[in-house]
Design a binder for this molecule. Structure first.
Ligand code: HT7
Ligand code: ZN
Length: 843
């Protein structure tokens, strides 16, 4: 397959003045008639008229009304065109029903829907399917579906047809069409300038009762973007549609967001607190794209982080404002370390702005999204809040209606602040997680902190340069009071020292507050100092981080030499846990132990080979010890944390998070009594799911699993949880057989990405089960990936990432994984997506 390079970018030879599309809907023979007004692009030198097109049957093509015969070429067609403006017309036929890849126009539960990002529009009609070609679209949909939607505002409707017009120029990846038997949850929003906007969430009949939360999240997001960024909505209508078969979470098509139903439908009976929080965040994320992605888009797909990193940063800030910044930040870091650090430290490491790709779908990664968001956070830290807002305003004003680059984004901040951001820009081009080694010196009232930065080599990048690292530091005096509040040190050299003088007594430094940069901090610190910061740090992230380091070190020692858990650490955790002045959600996070995958990486980084079985056993043993150590506080704490009325807000979900964490420990001691009682009386999915998980994690719960299935067999989203929980909590020697048995269940289908992920995402996430010494889980996953590749290459490629950490493990496991990866690669007609991923993982 061909590799595309950022350095080869050239503009398209033609601009588009307008696009008219007519769809005659039919499950296997939809006709798409296009009429596109092109004009030569004076900024382009390459005048080749090439239109992308894949899996299309061309019926006819015309230029200025004259029938022509275009030349078929790899990936599309070419034609000879006039050197003046002209009109291209084409009619093609496509088959939505047989489109199982879920890209282009496809059918899901009898509904027509589209997914065009990144390069799906070329499966709908011939078009310059690249983000820098922006145009206004008018769309006519002909069919007998009760509801037929497209982007923009409704124009006209009549018997068997509707027309939509989108006045805002957009690239083809933001095109959308939905048609089906849908019902809406309606509402309205008045923008700050007084524009009245009709809002709808469209769902399958029966799901109407699960829209209210999403609608409130949408209105909150609309108001937040006005208040925080001065950005207002710009059409008369905003539609959201829930679709069952969807490759990712949601899609920000202009005025017509399409959502994986799991990311929008919510009710207290069927959704957990985590689901509510995620839905709120994703609805906001897609809405925020209206400005960061749609009004201003990417020049080419290498600039993906321009819209994704920035929009993730915006949704993180929104969620922090809606809930708790402290808790959100810890959750973000947990996620970043689990997904992005893992990626950055393995064969799939790539820069936030990659320099080449084979299949762009493979670059919708944690690095582009989450590290991309961290870069925005660092930029804001460095320039300050006021300049950040001014830079954003300038960016919006300067580039509205354009397709731009990271350089354009950074230039707005350079112009506003007068700073040179050339070195900062390396965060976009240099892959890998920087290591920051810190040492300290105390001398007569002066504390000197010395940092040395280095980044290990990553694929294709052996040499690394020093980066700009904002290091937020505060100092805590020996009596526990903060003596120096948070100060941002700006590190630019490979090694650099910073001094704090005029100090009375030697303080303890709290370093990398709020996780001010996506780096790995290496700092020698004893357990007493950690316990001191855990008790006294004013920065919630660092406070949590100290607890995390205590438990991690304890676990690493238990794994290495069967050491007993350290009393200092257990007591420090208990003190935080019972501190009523602290937010229960925060206390729940302190109680959470590092994951087995995290421990495996830590052991590997320390130069040893992780043993998944030992890691699992040590973690299990620590959970048991913790349960005993905390058993005396279960009854009182449990009572304090009751939430008689279920409200999915920060307060309620925080209390439940802590109560559920305690319940999971209690279940290890009481034979499941408390968890069974909660399961029996639960009136919401948070309680029901948590009690069932507590039972399963303790090796119990088989009756409850049956009862759960009986209760929810007709609810596909809850059944995804049922599939997932059984594999996630299976004992290591049962994970593969449990997953295999579930694939035989009548409700298992490989065609639905949510269901496939429920079983196989859970298998890959069950660390000890996935890496069980018999290699059965590796084989099972590979076999199913080979099957899925024929149906849905995008999801197959994404899920092959389960193998990305293979080089951490012993020779036997590496050998077994290599065999499976080579078996996948040897599959005839393997997709470009999966070929690229597996090749990179093997390299
Ligand atoms: N911009 C979207 C990314 C996306 C996607 C969504 C659904 C299906 C396939 C997709 N490929 C790329 C979603 C987002 O980040 O907001
Ligand atoms: Zn996005």
């Amino acid at each position: 397959p061909e590799t595309i390079y950022l350095k080869d970018y050239t503009p398209f030879g033609y601009k588009i003045e307008s696009v008219h599309l007519t769809f005659r809907l039919h499950p296997t023979a939809t006709r798409v008639i296009s009429k596109i007004a092109f004009a030569p692009n004076p900024e382009a030198t390459d005048k080749r008229f090439f239109l992308h097109g894949e899996e299309l049957s061309l019926i006819s093509a015309r230029i200025n009304g004259e029938t022509i015969t275009p030349r078929p070429v790899e990936g599309g067609l070419e034609a000879d065109v006039p050197e003046v403006p002209f009109v291209w017309e084409a009619e093609v036929e496509i088959s939505p029903e047989t489109n199982t890849a879920l890209e282009g126009l496809y059918m899901s539960s009898g509904m027509y829907c589209t997914q065009c990002e990144a390069e799906g529009f070329r499966k709908i009609t011939y078009y310059p399917d690249r983000p820098d070609v922006m145009a206004t679209f008018t769309v006519r949909i002909e069919g007998d579906q009760p509801v037929m939607l497209s982007n923009g505002n409704p124009l006209t409707a009549g018997e068997g047809f509707v027309e939509w017009h989108d006045p805002w120029p957009k690239p083809s990846y933001l095109f959308a069409l939905v048609a089906g038997n849908l019902v809406n949850h309606p509402d309205r929003f008045t923008t700050q300038s007084g524009r009245d906007v009709e809002l709808n969430i469209w769902v399958r009949p029966g799901d109407e009762g699960k829209c209210a939360f999403g609608m409130q999240a949408l209105k909150d997001a609309m108001a937040w973007d006005e208040k925080t960024y001065g950005r207002e909505y710009d059409l008369d209508i905003f539609n959201i549609v829930a679709v069952d078969d969807f490759n990712m979470g949601a899609m920000e098509n202009k005025g017509l967001n399409v959502f994986n139903s799991s990311c929008v439908l919510a009710s207290k009976e069927t959704s957990t607190d985590a689901n509510f929080e995620r839905i709120e965040g994703i609805i906001a994320h897609e809405y925020f794209h209206n400005w960061t992605g749609n009004r201003i888009t990417c020049r080419d797909w290498f600039q993906l982080c321009l819209k994704e990193g920035l929009t993730v940063y915006r949704d993180q800030m929104f969620s922090g404002d809606m809930r708790s910044h402290a808790v959100k930040r810890i959750e973000e870091v947990l996620q970043l370390r689990a997904r992005q650090f893992r990626e950055d430290n393995g064969p799939l490491a790539h820069p936030v702005r990659p320099e080449s790709f084979v299949e762009i779908n493979n670059f919708y990664t944690a690095t582009v999204y989450e590290k991309g968001a961290e870069i925005i956070g660092m930029l804001r830290r460095l320039v300050g809040d006021e300049a950040y807002r001014k830079g954003c305003d300038l960016y919006f004003e300067r580039h509205d209606g354009q397709a731009v680059t990271i350089e354009d984004w950074l230039k707005a901040f350079e112009d506003v602040t007068g700073r040179d951001l050339a070195q900062f820009k390396q965060w976009y081009s240099q892959a890998g997680t920087p290591r920051l080694k810190m040492s300290e010196e105390w001398n007569d009232g002066t504390l000197t902190l010395t940092f040395a930065q280095s980044t290990p080599p990553t694929p294709g990048q052996s040499e690394k340069k020093p980066q700009v690292i904002p290091i937020a530091v505060g100092l805590i005096g020996p009596n526990g009071d903060e003596v120096v509040p948070t100060t941002v040190l700006e590190m630019t050299e490979a090694e650099q020292s910073f001094t704090f003088d005029g100090l009375g007594a030697r303080p303890v430094a709290s370093v990398l507050r709020d996780f001010s940069a996506p780096v790995i901090l290496d700092r020698a610190m004893d357990d007493d100092t950690r316990a001191f910061l855990l008790a006294h740090d004013t920065d919630p992230f660092q406070k949590w981080e100290m607890g995390r380091m205590l438990t991690k070190d304890m676990l690493v020692a238990m794994i290495a030499d069967d050491a007993a858990p350290a009393e200092t650490a257990l007591d420090a955790i208990k003190t935080v846990l019972t501190d009523e002045n602290l937010d229960p959600a925060f206390r729940a996070l302190v109680l959470g132990l590092p994951s087995e995958d995290d421990l495996a990486q830590t052991i590997f980084d320390a130069g040893q080979t992780p043993d998944p079985a030992k890691i699992h056993a040590a973690r299990k043993s620590l959970r048991h010890t913790l349960a005993i150590h905390l058993s005396d506080v279960f009854p009182t704490l449990g009572r304090q944390l009751e939430t008689p009325v279920f409200v999915p807000d920060a307060d309620g979900s925080g209390k439940r998070a802590l109560r559920h964490a305690l319940l999971a420990l209690e279940t290890l001691l009481d034979g499941g009594k408390a968890a069974r009682a909660l399961f029996a009386r639960a009136d919401n999915m948070s309680d029901q799911g948590a009690s069932l998980q507590a039972l399963l994690a303790a090796g119990l719960g088989q009756d409850e699993i049956k009862a759960f299935e009986k209760q929810w067999e007709n609810d596909r989203l809850v059944m995804d949880k049922w599939f997932m929980m059984q594999v996630s909590f299976a004992a290591p020697d049962k994970a593969a057989s449990t997953a295999l048995a579930l694939t035989q269940h009548p409700d298992f289908t490989i065609k639905n990405p949510n269901r496939f992920r429920a079983v196989f995402g859970a298998l890959a996430g069950n660390h000890a089960g996935f890496h069980a010494a018999d290699g059965k889980a590796y084989q099972l996953l590979a076999t199913h990936l080979i099957q899925l590749d024929k149906i849905n290459p995008q999801t197959t490629a994404r899920m092959s990432g389960a193998f990305e950490t293979w080089k951490r493990y012993d020779a036997d496991r590496q050998g077994m994984i290599r065999t499976e990866l080579e078996r996948i690669l040897a599959t005839p007609d393997l997709s470009r997506d999966t070929t690229e991923m597996v090749t990179r993982i093997l390299s």
